[in-house]
Every structure is written in structure tokens, then in C-alpha cells.
Design a binder for this molecule. Structure first.
Ligand SMILES: NC(=O)c1ccc[n+]([C@@H]2O[C@H](COP(=O)([O-])OP(=O)(O)OC[C@H]3O[C@@H](n4cnc5c(N)ncnc54)[C@H](OP(=O)(O)O)[C@@H]3O)[C@@H](O)[C@H]2O)c1
Length: 313
């Protein structure tokens, strides 16, 4: 694993592994969970308030917390903020790290403040740990307005850290240079052992600038859950050195063995899957095992910085 001086600090607290977030002293589990389901779930939830499988999804988030995960990612567009609120009810707020996102249509100063207030209500909390711009806007001035609003929200104590998602390297640099009072703390990107394009540009920039990365699609959207994705030689080698580990545990452990500032956020919708995935914490692969895994997984070469074509805000 890379070491970045005080940047990384692994501790054992009540059997729970924690890593420093974005060079701060805030402790976050090296693996988080995501709460994006799909549009078939979002549309009825948004339009009709119908949430099929709601209880199971709440149980999955709760299973994550019970397994030592404290980083929970949601977004105003996902319609899952109320599920997160339900799952964390009664738990000490300071032990959790809640991340949500604002949609680009809401980047104007006033709209962003309103979005944040709405997310606070839906999450039933007085502050958001990480507030992220979900996608870049096609309008630079809107992004700048939104960043100003975010800095105001940090000053007010309503959000603790500022993040972005799906921004190119140039757009990330623009954000870093535009923030005047508070730094950019994280970016969220499509990243897995099967999709490693950000290692070429965005990741080195983040490492240099103490920006954490939340990795979405960490299981390559489910591709890294089947035995054929990894290969028998990898499974046998890992088992010989670390005991039996599942395919998803190996695919998720890859992030934390290789990087101390990358947090994979596999989806939490099935409590059994979540408990299994939490077993990716608490051990580390050697550099040789990492190399073996990387050479065994067929990757793709899509762009490192997806830009949502529907963006018109
Ligand atoms: N910022 C963005 O623009 C953006 C975009 C997309 C996603 N995200 C975030 O990233 C999160 C993860 O994305 P994702 O869920 O689509 O991709 P993913 O985590 O790569 O893959 C999820 C798939 O893997 C399955 N899975 C998970 N654990 C498993 C296990 N132990 N055994 C077998 N199958 C397992 C899931 O099934 P089950 O659901 O049945 O467990 C699901 O089908 C989202 O929830 C969201 O928070 C962000």
C-alpha cells in the first residue's frame, strides 16, 4: 500500500477499520456503500412515492453499518435519502459519514442552498459530511455559483466537505482553483480493477492534492462478481495467503490494498451481499498479488471522464 505520511492513518476502533478522509482527521471506513438503484426504482419513488423493496434496502444499509461501514453515499436524484435516514435512526450521528449529491440543474446559488436544505430534511440530519456536485454543468458560471454556495454551506456548518463527481481532469483543476475558502476534498468516478482509466490522469492529480476518490461501479456494475472475471489462479493464490476470500471481496480489496485515498462504494441493496463485501476490509494484498489480479482481469478503455450528454443546466 502507498503511504502518504500523515495522509493515511489506519486505526482499529472497536474492531472497525478506519482511514483518514482527504488528509483530514475524519475517520471513514475504507469501503462505503452506494444507494443508487435504477431508474425503474427512481421514477415511481419520485412521482408516486412507491418504493418497492424499501425495507430490504434499509436493512442492507443497516447491515453495512453493523459490519463496520460508516460511509454511505446517496444523491438527491436517487430518491434514497429517506431510506438512509430510516437506516441511521437512533445511531450516533458522529460515527457516520453521509455523502449526498446535488444535480446540475440546481447549481445556481439559491437553488443549491435549497437542495442542501431539502437533503438535510430528507436525511433527517443537521449536517452533511460530503456534499458533491453530481455531474459538471455545461455552464461554467453556474458551477462557479454553485461552488460559492457550497463554501457558504461549509461556513454555516451545514456541510463539512466539498466534493464533485464525473468531472474531467481539467474541470477538477478548475474547481480546485475556484474554491477560495475551503478545499476540494473528493471526486467520485467510475473506477474498478476492470476500468482503470482514471489511474492515468485524475488519480495522480488527486493523490498530489489530497483529494479522496469515491469509486462508483467498483464491481464493474456486477461484472466483477463472477468467478470467470478474476480467474482460478487469483482465487487460489489469495486463498493460500489470506484464507478463503470471495470474488467481490478480492475486487474491493484491490482498491484499499493499492490506494489509501480511494473508497469503493458498492451498492447496498441486498444485506447478504453487503455483509460479504464488508469482508474486503481488514486485510491487504501484497504488490505481487495486486499485479497478478490486474493481469488476470480484462479491462476496458472507455474515457476516464464521462460527461452526461443530457446536461443542459
Ligand atoms: N456518481 C455517479 O454518477 C454514480 C453513478 C453510478 C453509481 N454511483 C454510486 O455507486 C454505487 C455503486 O454502483 P453500482 O451499484 O451500479 O455498481 P457496482 O457496485 O459495481 O455493482 C453492483 C452490482 O453488483 C452486485 N453485487 C454487489 N455485491 C455483490 C456480491 N457480494 N455478490 C454478488 N453480487 C453483488 C449488486 O447486486 P445487489 O444489488 O443485488 O447486491 C449489483 O448488481 C451506486 O449505488 C451509487 O451510489 C454513482
Amino acid at each position: 500500500m502507498e503511504t502518504g505520511g500523515s495522509f493515511i492513518c489506519l486505526i482499529r476502533y472497536a474492531n472497525m477499520e478506519r482511514v483518514n478522509f482527504a488528509g483530514s482527521d475524519v475517520k471513514v471506513s475504507p469501503i462505503g456503500v452506494g444507494t443508487y438503484y435504477d431508474f425503474r426504482w427512481i421514477a415511481p419513488a419520485r412521482l408516486l412515492g412507491i418504493m418497492p423493496g424499501k425495507e430490504r434496502r434499509i436493512s442492507a444499509i443497516r447491515a453495512a453499518i453493523d459490519s463496520g461501514i460508516n460511509l454511505i453515499d446517496t444523491a438527491e436524484i436517487y430518491q434514497s435519502e429517506p431510506l438512509v435516514a430510516e437506516a441511521i435512526k437512533g445511531l450516533p450521528r458522529e460515527d457516520l459519514f453521509l455523502a449526498t449529491k446535488v444535480w446540475p440543474a440546481n447549481f445556481s446559488y439559491e437553488k443549491l442552498i435549497k437542495s442542501c436544505e431539502r437533503s438535510l430534511r430528507k436525511l433527517n440530519t443537521s449536517y452533511i459530511d460530503l456534499y458533491q456536485m453530481h455531474f459538471p454543468s455545461s455552464s461554467k458560471s453556474k458551477m462557479l455559483e454553485g461552488l460559492k454556495a457550497m463554501e457558504h454551506l461549509v461556513d454555516q456548518g451545514k456541510i463539512r466537505y466539498i466534493g464533485i463527481s464525473n468531472f474531467s481532469l481539467d474541470q477538477t483543476k478548475m474547481v480546485v482553483e475556484s474554491l477560495k475558502k475551503h478545499p476540494l476534498s473528493s471526486t467520485q468516478m467510475n473506477f474498478s480493477v476492470a476500468h482503470r482509466n482514471i489511474e492515468k490522469d485524475i488519480l495522480p492529480y488527486c493523490r498530489e492534492n489530497r483529494i479522496s476518490i469515491l469509486a462508483y461501479f467498483p464491481l464493474a456494475h456486477g461484472k466483477l462478481t463472477s468467478e470467470s472475471a478474476l480467474g482460478q489462479n487469483v482465487l487460489k493464490e489469495i486463498e493460500r495467503n489470506h484464507g478463503k476470500k470471495s470474488i467481490t471481496q478480492i475486487a474491493l480489496n484491490w482498491f484499499i490494498s493499492k490506494y489509501n485515498f480511494v473508497f469503493p462504494i458498492p451498492r447496498a441493496s441486498n444485506p447478504d451481499h453487503v455483509r460479504e463485501n464488508a469482508g474486503a476490509m481488514g486485510w491487504r494484498m501484497t504488490p505481487e498479488e495486486i499485479a497478478l489480479l490486474e493481469s488476470s482481469v480484462a479491462g476496458d478503455s472507455g474515457p476516464s471522464s464521462p460527461v452526461d450528454p443530457s446536461r443542459k443546466s
